[in-house]
Design a binder for this molecule. Structure first.
Ligand code: 5RP
Length: 307
């Protein structure tokens, strides 16, 4: 307990120095409460204002997706390079050591798989479990324009209500069904609907034309999913164009963990997103890290010690 007597007299009140009242710079986020901002600052690097989220939640609809058969082997070496891990609670508890101290974007919607009709989902994770897992963001799939539109918007609103109660942001994920076109008109509508309903961050897809209209029309941060595996240089070009046109990062899965060298790829993506590196330079970085790792692997095969 503090002593009542004998304390140094307080004298440095900084009289005349105005109190700094910094604006919270993340797009659309200045009016949130402290806890919400703290969690968003774990997802979006406060220096660059951007994020590299590593998505490996695919198993919840696709089972053991190529590259995710053994998360302990393939994903563990990537964790240190990501700002935020996007995964299910099952994989988080079973495969991710709680020592990485990374932001978690927890997949909280659940439902149909690729074996039936996608997007018939509910909110599958209670807020208490999200809190137990120290979640920084809760992800809900929303299928605008599909027959599950109203159902999935209801899921989103439910998650936002509970998230707001506890200061946890909700990531609205725009699902794209086979029947929907991924153009700026559709993506602009879908992302705006999710933001209007209160999602603090939106994940969507990049489109080649008018993507800057999608980001401009969305009042909160957009991150892009990578989608199906592309050649590495093309994936880096996509990430570059997306952030150049207003996305605040990537939530990328297959284009990282299915790359020929995933550890090199996540570092190249990071260079694009956080340092604004041009795709060609980032691809060179990818190749340099790849060959460096190859020669290290080879030297590990040589006999060790004095020879
Ligand atoms: C899976 C998802 C993924 O998180 C999302 O699609 C990002 O991964 P990818 O870059 O592989 O598309 O929502 O259900």
């Amino acid at each position: 307990m503090a002593e009542a007597t004998g304390n140094q007299e307080s004298k440095d009140y900084g009289i005349g120095i105005p109190v700094d009242n910094p604006v919270y710079k993340l797009k659309g986020s200045n009016n949130y409460d402290w806890g919400m901002k703290d969690r968003l600052s774990r997802v979006f690097n406060p220096k660059s204002g951007r994020t590299v989220m590593l998505a490996f939640d695919h198993g919840y609809i696709m089972g053991p997706t190529s590259g995710l058969e053994r998360i302990d082997i393939t994903i563990s070496p990537l964790l240190e390079y990501a700002d935020c891990l996007m995964c299910t609670r099952g994989v988080l508890r079973a495969c991710i050591p709680p020592t990485y101290n990374k932001a978690i974007s927890l997949r909280c919607s659940a439902g149909s798989t690729v074996l039936t009709e996608l997007n018939d989902e509910c909110v599958g994770v209670e807020i208490e479990d999200a809190i137990r897992l120290n979640t920084s963001m809760m992800a809900v799939m929303v299928a605008i324009g599909s027959k599950f539109e109203a159902l999935t918007v209801r899921n989103l609103c439910k998650m936002i209500e509970t998230g707001n109660r506890y200061g946890i942001p909700t990531l609205g994920v725009t699902a794209v069904g086979k029947e929907l076109t991924r153009d700026a008109r559709y993506l602009g509508l879908a992302t705006r609907v999710l933001a209007e309903n209160g999602a603090q961050v939106i994940k969507t897809y990049f489109c080649e034309e008018k993507f800057e209209q999608v980001t401009a029309g969305c009042p909160v941060p957009i991150v892009i999913a990578g989608g199906k595996k592309l050649p590495e240089l093309d994936a880096l070009k996509m990430a570059y164009k997306a952030v150049d046109q207003g996305a605040l990062g990537v939530d990328m899965g297959r284009n990282i963990f299915q790359a020929e060298n995933p550890v090199a790829m996540i570092q190249a993506v990071k260079a694009v997103v956080h340092d604004g590196e041009k795709p060609d330079k980032a691809f060179k970085l990818y190749n340099d890290i790849k060959s460096d790792r190859k020669s290290k692997d080879k030297s590990a095969d040589l006999p060790q010690g004095n020879i």
